[in-house]
Design a protein around this ligand. Structure first.
Ligand code: AMP
Ligand code: MG
Length: 420
């Protein structure tokens, strides 16, 4: 066995990777399938929404001047000449002293510039003259008991979306409400970046399929389910047919899968059992191997024809960390998303120190000591090494100690990336 002759910096490894990353080609998808996909076009509306002036309250559509001076002591009569309902407009002109019963969302009739809310209308006749009872019978005379100003309770054409405005920018990861807005402007198909296809090659002769009860000297595959979920989180399409033994031909075959990205778990270092780096170097390009970070230092990546290939250490914490630093970054970028981590960060105070040698980046798991949020405290989780996957389950997130830092003293404020 021999160690890495030289480990390269995280920055230089990322620089090589970033130079490989372009979004995949766009594809059209129906709106119904577009949630969480990333727009490969910007969307400009070519209609106004709403396409007509509409009532924003239930009440009476009228010319505001018909209510001028109305109070409960000075009730002004209005002749109700019809109804306007959503989808069923009133088509005649409304003159002075006239009104149309209207519902929220219904089109404003011609001649109306305001809606008098129903609570400012009194339908009781003051006296019972023969004329009044005639009106009541037709329910066509009411009284305004308050004035409204022009424009009151009217939603103007285009107030929601104005024709010609850019509604959604290229690169937008579509939210459910975006689909609603797109539908409202008459879009039923959008162009989104193709999702990267990602083959998981989980190697290890000691591994049992995920979820098997561990027995003898065998262990259950922890990385397969974890990586599948990470890839899906980042928008990739997972292809994970089965575990792969630590055998030359089996690994080589799985590298040649028709996908955009291959992620190999296990056997990524420089030992005799570590076949993948040599295979990638001889059949393709092993651009990066051995990185100055902990965990995950025995990480490698490169290309095999058009594919990006990531060789991640089998130790589950290393595997998670290396995925987040490198493979996840690539999958997000190929799918048109931001390369940044999909984690929120907070600033918190360390309860105990984190130390780390100069020249190596450290990924330190931490737990929120008090409630999360700005001003909270975090404590580093003291664990021996990268094989303790449950350290990531106990942790709320992680702190990065950059290569040029010796760590953080107790009480220092650090940026904590919270696991989603
Ligand atoms: P390797 O990188 O293949 O040398 O593996 C390093 C350590 O991680 C060994 O103890 C392996 O048994 C363990 N390991 C490798 N792959 C997995 C996996 N998929 N799930 C859980 N542990 C693993
Ligand atoms: Mg192994």
């Amino acid at each position: 066995m021999r160690g890495f002759a030289r480990r390269q910096s995280v920055e230089s490894a990322i620089a090589w990777l970033d130079a490989q990353l372009r979004p995949l080609d766009p594809e059209p998808v129906p709106l119904r399938m577009a949630a969480r996909r990333v727009l490969a076009e910007s969307i400009t509306s070519n209609v106004d929404v709403p396409g007509f002036d509409r009532a924003t309250m239930d009440g009476y559509a009228l010319a505001a001047e018909s209510t001028e001076g109305a109070t409960s002591y000075n009730r002004l009569p209005l002749t109700v000449i019809g109804d306007s309902l959503p989808g069923r407009p009133f088509l005649d002109h409304v003159g002075a002293g006239q009104a149309v019963r209207i519902m929220t969302g219904a089109p404003m009739p011609q001649g109306c510039d305001a809606v008098l809310p129903a609570e400012f209308v009194d339908s009781a006749e003051a006296t019972s003259t023969p004329e009044a009872s005639r009106y009541r019978a037709r329910a066509s005379r009411v009284f305004a008991v308050a004035a409204v100003s022009p424009g009151k309770h009217v939603g103007r054409r285009g107030e929601d979306v104005t024709q010609g405005t850019v509604l959604l920018p290229l690169g937008r990861r579509l939210r459910p409400q975006d689909l609603g807005v797109l539908s409202s402007i008459g879009v039923e198909q959008v162009h989104v970046y193709r999702r990267p296809r990602v083959r998981l090659v989980v190697t290890g002769n000691e591994l049992l399929p995920a979820g098997s009860r561990p027995h003898g000297h065998c262990i259950s595959d922890a990385n397969g389910p974890m990586l599948a979920a990470l890839v899906e989180r980042d928008g990739g399409l997972v292809d994970f047919p089965s575990l792969v033994p630590d055998e030359h031909d089996a690994i080589l075959d799985s590298l040649y899968t028709e996908v955009d990205v291959v992620i190999v778990s296990g056997g990524s270092s420089v030992g005799v059992e570590d076949l993948a780096p040599t295979l990638l170097a001889s059949h393709g390009e092993l651009a990066v191997h051995g990185i100055a970070m902990r965990p995950s230092s025995p990480t490698g990546f490169g290309r095999l024809e058009h594919r990006l290939v990531f060789l991640l250490p089998g130790n589950p914490v290393s595997c998670l960390c290396a995925y987040d630093f490198f493979a996840g970054r690539a999958i997000r970028a190929l799918g048109g998303q931001s390369k940044m981590w999909p984690y929120h960060s907070i600033i918190a105070k360390l309860t105990r120190k984190i130390s780390s040698p100069i020249g190596r980046l450290d990924y330190a798991r931490v737990r929120l000591a008090r409630e999360s949020g700005f001003g909270g405290e975090v404590e580093p989780i003291a664990v021996a090494g990268a094989s303790i996957l449950s350290s990531t389950t106990r942790a709320d997130g992680f702190v990065i100690v950059p290569a040029d830092s010796e760590g953080f003293a107790p009480g220092s404020e650090v940026e904590v990336w919270l696991y989603g």
